[in-house]
Design a protein around this ligand. Structure first.
Ligand SMILES: Nc1ncnc2c1ncn2[C@@H]1O[C@H](COP(=O)(O)OP(=O)(O)OP(=O)(O)O)[C@@H](O)[C@H]1O
Ligand SMILES: [Mg+2]
Length: 291
């Protein structure tokens, strides 16, 4: 299932935004792991954060959420993580099912590592909360640390790590439970461009082939296009999905993709949808003076 015009609620079709056709038809999908249907979210102070949001993410799908500040991206993630409840509509996700909370991993912009614990102990933490002893978890922790390139830093403390290394440790902690749902809220926003691009490429390797459902929030058009199969563009006041664009480039994606015309085309299309989300649809300007 995907949030295309066939599955969008009827009101969405009344949106002033012109439809953005997918660049190519989407391949068939497995049953979604995350599904929001006609979700509204109003906070206690009366603020309408989400209006009629419908979206889904299937196992093995990588979906990006892009949109201006305050349009409700983090709110969507919080609903999918079971950290908050919808005011109306339905939210389906493993995090909302009893006994399945460990299937969801949440990575924040800040690495949120425990400063007094070593990298090893930080990554062990989720397994420890599941009752696994240090000795029992050691092989798994080391395997994940190797996967994120931190094998030599298991004894280091967060204060001794660079921003990129902290984020690697944070992602290792997210991956150590082998989650089925990976929710990421601007995880690389604080990093320099080169580190960010390297982590983008590595993230795809960690995700690819594991049938994880990834929902990734970003403000970067290029990051959304490089990583995802679908980009959902949201607009604010109230937060809603105004465009869905399919990025047909197959995985694995290498750095070459960034330099391809397909990448430039997709960035242009996503960028145009994002501009509309910021400013509203482009208006036809009067041409009288030019005749
Ligand atoms: N607990 C809350 N109580 C009241 N309003 C809230 C609460 N959490 C978020 N909001 C409001 O809901 C709207 C959506 O917030 P959200 O954090 O989801 O936006 P966002 O798209 O993630 O923004 P950003 O890109 O800046 O992170 C904003 O107007 C925000 O002020
Ligand atoms: Mg946010």
């Amino acid at each position: 299932m995907q949030a295309n015009s066939a599955t969008m609620p009827p009101d969405a079709l009344l949106s002033p935004y012109p439809p953005h056709p997918p660049l190519l038809p989407h391949p068939p999908l497995l049953q979604p792991l995350i599904a929001l249907q006609r979700v509204h979210k109003q906070f206690d102070n009366g603020l309408q954060a989400l209006s009629d949001v419908s979206l889904s993410v299937a196992p093995g799908e990588f979906v990006a959420l892009l949109g201006p500040s305050g349009c409700g991206k983090s709110t969507v993630l919080r609903l999918a993580a079971g950290l908050d409840a919808a005011s109306s509509g339905t939210v389906q996700a493993p995090a909302l099912l009893p006994g399945r909370t460990s299937e969801t991993a949440y990575v924040f912009q800040e690495p949120t590592l425990l400063p007094w614990a070593s990298v090893f102990d930080n990554v062990w933490l989720p397994l420890r909360l599941q009752g696994r002893s240090r000795a029992d978890a050691a092989a798994t922790v080391r395997q994940v640390l190797a996967r994120v390139g931190l094998a030599d830093f298991e004894q280091a403390y967060p204060a001794a790590l660079s921003g990129g290394m902290k984020m690697r440790a944070s992602i290792a902690r997210a991956l150590v439970t082998q989650p089925r749902v990976l929710l990421m809220d601007e995880p690389f926003a604080a990093l320099d461009d080169i580190t960010r691009q390297k982590l983008n490429a590595d993230l795809l390797q960690w995700w690819h082939g594991r049938l994880m459902a990834a929902l990734f929030v970003t403000h970067s058009v290029a990051e959304a296009v490089f990583l995802s199969q679908r980009v959902l563009v949201m607009a604010p006041r109230p937060g809603r999905v105004v465009a869905e664009l399919v990025i047909p480039q197959p995985y694995p994606r290498s750095a070459d993709f960034r330099h391809s015309s397909a990448f430039a085309d997709a960035c242009r299309a996503v960028g145009a949808a994002l501009s509309e989300a910021h400013d509203g649809p482009a208006r036809q300007l009067p041409m009288a003076g030019l005749r």
